[in-house]
Write a protein that binds this ligand. Sequence first.
Ligand SMILES: [Fe+2]
Ligand SMILES: [Fe+2]
Length: 135
Amino acid sequence: MALIQWNAALSVNIAEIDAQHQRLVAMINELNDAMVQGRGKDVIGKIISGLATYTATHFATEERHLDRHGYPDSAAHKQEHRIFTTKVGEFKQGFDEGRLGLSVSVMNFLGDWLRSHIKGSDMNYSPFLNNKGLK
Ligand SMILES: [Fe+2]
Ligand SMILES: [Fe+2]
């Protein structure tokens, strides 16, 4: 069962960003499924790596748009990205070293963070970027 459901309430009304968010949702669901199915460390490790890499790609895309258009709240937004990137990096390292395992609470943290970041901070830039012509 999917941990996070994509729906219109998560749309920031910018096609490129929505597509990236949908992919992040799919990757977190894939990781959750792998945990539920008790997949091996190699399979789960690869999904975590892919999630870390794609998160960085997504944050870079958003930050490029925010910088280009002079979004006033850009610094705080980037700080949220940085904190999440650090958390995912620490988890990935702990997992790779065998110190940390995937758990319901880790999955809930990832899912809740993504959902609330999209519905909060990402949604806040939506009208600003829409006004700059990004759709
Ligand atoms: Fe985002
Ligand atoms: Fe963001």
